[in-house]
Design a protein around this ligand. Structure first.
Ligand SMILES: Nc1nc2c(c(=O)[nH]1)N[C@H]1C(S)=C(S)[C@@H](COP(=O)(O)OP(=O)(O)OC[C@H]3O[C@@H](n4cnc5c(=O)[nH]c(N)nc54)[C@H](O)[C@@H]3O)O[C@H]1N2
Ligand SMILES: Nc1nc2c(c(=O)[nH]1)N[C@H]1C(S)=C(S)[C@@H](COP(=O)(O)OP(=O)(O)OC[C@H]3O[C@@H](n4cnc5c(=O)[nH]c(N)nc54)[C@H](O)[C@@H]3O)O[C@H]1N2
Ligand code: SF4
Ligand SMILES: [Mo]
Length: 740
């Protein structure tokens, strides 16, 4: 029996775990007290790592459809099938006939960080759909427009702030999102213990809201109105103070003009909150020595998601909190681009192309995942005929799974890279299962760039790869080779190509520490046992803390990182403006044109009906989207798919606790057990997502025993935040009826 460190891949907090290993099996997990970032924190999901890793329902070998049935085959045979079928389909129908779907776990694996962009390049399709358009795309769009970089997302400085205004997030259940912070609950408690204040805006009195000094139970979908009113008060009461940031911001007066009509009194009825509460929120935010505004799912996946996301940072700017310690800052990760002298950039453009059927504009190169079914099912040139799904379960995660279900059945060819035979992968012609997490090395490419403290950690595979297994990196590299017509070539050639391309560019760059060097000689100095590890070494060495291949003697490299199995602390977040700005003006563009053009729509919301019942989602600590209901240790108890409703609404509609209700909306009707609770605002009901494991043909035995219902069946995919193409998953109207 021995132990090994492993960074937890199960949520954005990226806690360090200490795995107990017997032989080559993981038998336990506890928090790693020596981890420089998480310092021993663990949650029930991390604690169930062993069960999750050894779930007997995980696929061991590839599946290939033969005579209509999925059969187990060897890896070579699976890739032979892909090579024979995929390339000819692309040649016959063109690259746009391929839809690529990237799901959430891609941000939680090394493979998902390193290969999807290469796959997309190899296929050459614009039909790219990811979980982002069910999630944080509004934030990418607002960051793209404000800062010129869709990936420049400010995070609240949780450890130092004096005041946090948190909207539409429930980190006590989710452990945080777009804000990587192990022990988020502890950080909120510490904020209060040091005399700071916490305001939570959420239609539900969540566990996070219970921790707050003030809870504002807003009517769903109206955060943009609320935030606009807070901005209006800041202007009206002369509470704006940009501080040193003022030199780098344009259009402040224009924003003042744009929010003039959104007074607290004007928005109060629509938001369902009192005007005084909005004024107090503005005054407290302005008065705090430092403060941060932070919005998440409940402010993103709503009708005005991009406007709300934009206003979050407008408030951070107006109060001088953007880019200052204690406010909202931009992390600098070890694999980020090394800082360079400030210079105007290329800016961020929306709508460079549009989806074929409904003409949805692209955002950040993506089309709305809600439009995938119609892109497959609607005849015509460039119809999607082939789908490659990497770590995605859109049949449950995206609107109208029934329609997507039928559409996927009509494809010419489908590949799923997925450890489970679930609601989506059951449609594939080839299923390629990655190994359990303990068998892969881990590095957080995505989340270090969203972390509340700069740090870097790498954990090698904790146990060796089992026989008959391929690392997910190798699976994706082989897929890329098949797309390129190089089936059978060494997977490492994909990594070697990237290394060569990156170094060739670096040696030609006068600002690079390797300027003038020889790419081949530099490549020969990379360490790492695998292609992805060598690529990581390259990124670290050319990154902001890197050794520059010797130019910076104490700098970072993979070898140096391996000497620190519990990670290296890179210090608290530091100001990065203006160096990080990539707008055309070289400044923060506070009122971008697409935002200004969307504001009249928000004005319309002032007069919206407030008497309809609307639905919001919720998360449970022992769950994760659609794929962790198969772990016995995490199932049952309060982690259930119930319809939460306020007592007054239940009484009015004749609903009884524990009995079923029929819920009807745009996309159809579902039935769920009623849970009466006064923790939800009247006029609002809540159902969690990721349930509905009752479709025949899946192989998830535990999940199938308590299947729940799919909330996304209530949607037909037509409700989108127009600027980002993000599905409206929160705050849509529903009708209820009691069932006997
Ligand atoms: N109504 C409603 N719908 C929602 C949401 C909501 O709040 N309300 N939330 C949305 C959000 S934020 C998100 S991110 C999406 C998530 O939706 P998806 O992107 O579909 O992600 P998951 O549901 O987590 O499913 C992940 C898939 O990846 C597989 N998987 C797990 N680990 C690995 C791995 O290591 N490698 C590979 N290749 N596959 C793996 C799982 O088996 C599963 O099939 O759902 C969205 N849908
Ligand atoms: N345990 C667990 N952890 C997870 C996940 C999981 O499924 N389970 N999923 C992971 C993923 S993919 C993500 S993206 C993150 C998400 O992390 P969070 O953003 O923290 O997600 P939620 O817990 O869904 O919290 C969203 C909150 O918004 C509220 N809300 C709904 N509509 C509105 C609205 O219009 N306005 C306001 N102000 N609030 C509203 C809901 O009541 C809910 O409490 O969690 C991650 N972590
Ligand atoms: S908080 Fe997230 S990263 Fe930490 S142990 Fe739990 S699931 Fe894993
Ligand atoms: Mo997400």
């Amino acid at each position: 029996m021995h132990t090994a460190p492993r960074i937890c891949p199960l949520c954005e907090a990226t806690c360090g775990l200490t795995l107990t290993i017997e032989g080559s099996r993981v038998t336990g997990a506890r928090g790693d007290r020596d981890d420089v970032f998480s310092k021993g924190f663990i949650c029930p999901k991390g604690a169930s790592f062993a069960e999750l890793d050894s779930d007997p329902d995980r696929l061991r070998v590839p599946l290939v459809r033969k005579d209509g049935e999925l059969r187990e085959v060897g890896w070579d045979e699976a890739f032979d099938v892909i090579a024979v079928r995929l390339r000819p389909l692309i040649e016959e129908h063109g690259p746009q006939s391929v839809g690529v779907v990237l799901g959430n776990p891609n941000v939680h694996t090394m493979a998902g960080g390193l290969y999807p962009s290469l796959l997309l390049g190899a296929v050459g399709t614009r039909n790219i759909f990811t979980a982002s358009t069910l999630d944080q795309m509004p934030k990418h769009v607002s960051s793209g427009l404000l800062f010129g970089d869709a990936l420049a997302i400010p995070v609240p400085d949780l450890d130092r702030t004096d005041h946090l205004l948190l909207l539409g997030a429930n980190p006590l259940e989710s452990n945080g999102s777009l804000c990587t912070a192990p022990d988020f609950p502890g950080k909120l408690k510490a904020l209060r213990a040091r005399g700071g204040t916490l305001t939570v805006v959420d239609p539900r009195r969540t566990r996070t809201a219970k921790l707050a000094d003030r809870h504002i139970a807003i009517r769903p979908g109206t955060d943009a109105l609320f935030l606009a009113a807070v901005a209006q008060v800041l202007f009206e009461e002369k509470l704006t103070d940009l501080g040193p940031l003022a030199d780098h911001v344009q259009d402040v007066a224009e924003v003042h003009e744009a929010v003039r009509d959104f007074t607290p009194e004007a928005v109060a009825a629509a938001c369902g909150v009192d005007a005084d509460g909005i004024r107090t929120t503005a005054r407290e935010l302005a008065a705090a020595p430092t403060g941060a505004v932070y919005g998440r799912i409940g402010s993103c996946t709503v009708e005005y998601g991009t406007l709300a996301s934009w206003l979050v940072d407008v408030l951070n700017v107006l109060t001088g909190n953007l880019d200052r310690p204690g406010g909202a800052l931009f992390p600098l990760a070890a694999t980020d681009r090394a800082p360079r002298p400030a210079a105007p950039g290329r800016g961020f453009t929306l709508g460079r192309w549009a989806s074929r059927v409904s003409g949805h504009p692209e955002a950040k190169g993506e089309l709305p995942l809600a439009a995938l079914a119609e892109e497959i099912g609607t005849p015509g040139e460039n119809r999607i005929r082939t789908v490659i799904a990497l770590a995605a379960n859109p049949v449950l995660s995206a609107p109208d799974g029934d329609r997507l279900d039928r559409a996927l059945d009509g494809l010419d060819f489908m590949i799923s890279v997925d450890p489970y035979l679930n609601e989506t992968s059951l449609h594939a012609d080839v299923v390629l299962p990655p190994p359990p997490p303990a068998q892969s090395a881990h590095f957080d490419f995505a989340f270090n760039a969203l972390a509340v403290h700069n740090q870097v950690r790498f954990t090698p595979a904790a146990v060796p790869l089992e026989r008959d297994r391929l690392d997910e990196s190798e699976i994706l590299a082989r897929l890329i080779l098949a797309v390129c017509g190089d089936h059978g070539a060494e997977p490492s050639t994909v990594d070697a190509l990237v290394v060569d391309r990156t170094l060739t560019k670096a040696v030609a760059d006068p600002l690079s520490p390797v300027h003038g060097g020889d790419p081949r000689e530099l490549a020969s100095r990379l360490t790492g046992r695998t292609g992805p590890e060598r690529r990581l070494d390259l990124m670290l060495r050319l990154g902001p803390y890197g050794d520059g291949f010797g130019a910076v003697p104490d700098g970072l490299s993979l070898a140096r990182l391996l000497e620190h199995p519990h990670g290296i602390d890179l210090g608290p977040l530091r100001p990065r403006v203006p160096e990080l700005l990539k707008t055309r003006s070289g400044r923060i563009e506070l009122l971008p044109a697409p935002i200004a053009a969307d504001l009249p729509r928000l004005r319309g919301a002032l007069a919206a009906r407030t008497d309809t019942l609307v639905l919001v989602g919720r998360r449970h600590l022992r769950s994760n989207n659609s794929w962790m209901h198969n772990i016995q240790a995490l199932s049952g108890g309060s982690n259930r798919c119930t319809l939460q409703i306020h007592p007054t609404d239940a009484a009015r509609l004749g609903l009884e606790d524990g009995k079923s209700a029929r819920i009807t909306a745009d996309g159809g009707a579902i039935e769920a057990p009623v849970e009466i609770t006064d923790t939800i605002r009247a006029g609002v009901v809540s159902l969690p997502h990721g349930w509905g494991h009752s479709r025949p043909g899946t192989r998830m035995s535990v999940a199938g025993r308590a299947p729940g219902v799919n909330v996304n069946q209530l949607l037909d995919g037509s409700r989108l935040d127009p600027l980002s193409g993000t599905a409206v998953l929160n705050g849509f109207p529903v009708e209820l009826r009691a069932l006997l």
